[in-house]
Write a protein of this length. Structure first.
Length: 70
């Protein structure tokens, strides 16, 4: 599992700020849709919400790191 996460973070670090912002917007939309499905009892895999929230945090962390370096 951690290898998969590290690979994802390395992939994020290779992206530009604009690409990271696009990724962040997409992840937030996905989270909204997952929450909506959960509220209407249509969501089968509730652990996906937690996974998407952590991915949003990872993206924001990489954005912050890039901002400090610039």
């Amino acid at each position: 599992m951690t290898v998969k996460i590290n690979k994802y973070v390395e992939e994020l670090k290779g992206k530009t700020a604009a690409e990271l912002n696009e990724e962040l917007v997409a992840a937030k939309k996905e989270l909204f849709n997952l929450r909506f499905q959960n509220a209407t009892n249509q969501l089968d895999n509730t652990s996906r919400i937690k996974e998407v929230r952590k991915n949003i945090a990872r993206i924001q962390t990489v954005i912050t790191e890039k901002a400090k370096l610039a």
